[in-house]
Design a protein around this ligand. Sequence first.
Ligand SMILES: N[C@@H](CCC(=O)N[C@@H](CS)C(=O)NCC(=O)O)C(=O)O
Length: 215
Amino acid sequence: MDRVTLYYSPGACSLAPHIALEETGKPFDLRRVNFADAEQRSAEYLSINPKGRVPALVDNGFVVSENPAILRYVARKYPSAALWPDDPRDEARCLEWLAWCASGIHVAYAHVRRAERYATGEAARAEVVAKGRETCRDVWGQVEAKLAASASDWAAGGRYSVADPYIFTFWIWGRGPALGYDMAHDFPAWTDHARRMGERPAVRRAFATEGLALP
Ligand SMILES: N[C@@H](CCC(=O)N[C@@H](CS)C(=O)NCC(=O)O)C(=O)O
């Protein structure tokens, strides 16, 4: 059957493709990977994604990892959901967001949340966290500035696209315990975007499934 499976962890970056799949209106399966039990490093999960990370999407034996690839795949597989911009400039903008989310914003956050990836000793790790906090503040400010300067409600041109749930995931992380930002106060344009996201039925369904509080 033409039904995809998304491996996810609640509140992780897999939230972006989870929302995107909800947006398609097509049936899909969700498989939770339990981080508390280190399931992402279990032999079973590593046989699906040897990187030991979520998200991973499986479509009839075809496995794809990495958010930008998964989001593009979902948008391409379900064109009727119109999750990918048609206009070349909007497409470039969408890809620009996807690349930055994966290689810039997420990586900045990982320095705070996953410092053990970058340093071994306790003091070195504390430095990684401290520098990561500085970087996040700067990067979060850059996202805010881009959204504030935009005339559109959505990230990539005038229309909603897969860039929106990806950006939104970092808004959720911003208010979380690792960064603890007052998102509405410090990042008002981004918060407006998050509130628009929170009005979407697809987002509400994904949040209910993952047990997250709406903006
Ligand atoms: N570059 C990957 C990053 C995936 C990633 O780091 N996922 C995190 C959750 S947000 C994860 O699975 N962490 C598990 C771990 O570090 O053990 C992507 O964009 O899909």
